[in-house]
Design a binder for this molecule. Structure first.
Ligand code: FNR
Length: 189
């Protein structure tokens, strides 16, 4: 069986992040041929082009982690109707130095949770625009705007609502198929 290595980004630095809880559910419900490693973003300095000639170790580790991944998955909160700054900073680091964009042609998907009704829809639109410029090959459907409830999502990745569990299982199955499709025509080096 071919396995696909998925590097995942949690867009929140919160120690009680609901998006980290969602990531556990997604990993639990994913097809067996997906292997997951988190790509951490919390220790990166703020990006500046001054670093381009000599990236710091945290940024080199970020780029190496993406290079070692067959695909990336973004699980992000919405901050002020957009992407959290820490996540945008990580993407900026990964997209540079010029000509060494780590996201070029990589299979990607976005998902996010909030307690509010729109479930990170606007953050995901912002993120999709950024990833589009970075030439990532995004899964366009299904979209997944998750309204988080602590009664539904357990810290261990359990999902207490059957409809939600079915939807997330289908989402991860579609992601797996998307990764396979993209890699068929755009194999990772
Ligand atoms: C928020 N929150 C929020 N929620 C939302 O649905 N739309 C928004 O635009 C915002 N904006 C926002 C800005 C900032 C600075 C904070 C701290 C929070 C609420 C947010 O959804 C909630 O805090 C989630 O718990 C964040 O996800 P994590 O960090 O728990 O994964």
């Amino acid at each position: 069986m071919t396995t696909y290595r998925v590097g995942y980004f949690v867009g929140s630095l919160s120690s009680t992040s609901i998006n980290r809880t969602l990531s556990k559910a997604l990993i639990r419900l994913a097809p067996d041929d997906l292997e997951f490693s988190e790509i951490p973003i919390g220790d990166l300095p703020l990006y500046s082009p001054d670093y381009d000639a000599d990236y710091p170790p945290e940024a080199l580790a970020l780029k190496e982690a993406i290079a070692a991944s067959d695909a990336v998955l973004f699980i992000t909160p919405e901050y002020n109707r957009s992407i959290p700054g820490a996540l945008k900073n990580a993407i900026d680091w990964a997209s540079r130095p010029w000509g060494q964009n780590s996201f070029d042609h990589i299979p990607a998907a976005v998902i996010g949770a909030s307690a509010g009704q729109i479930g990170t829809a606007l953050a995901q639109q912002s993120l999709r625009a950024v990833l589009s410029f970075c030439n990532a090959r995004q899964m366009t459907a299904p979209e997944a705007y998750i309204r988080f409830s602590p009664e539904v999502f357990g810290d261990d990745g359990s999902v207490a609502d059957a409809g939600t569990e079915d939807f997330l299982t289908r989402y991860m199955g579609e992601f797996r198929d998307h990764v396979e499709r993209v890699l068929t025509v755009l194999p990772r080096a």
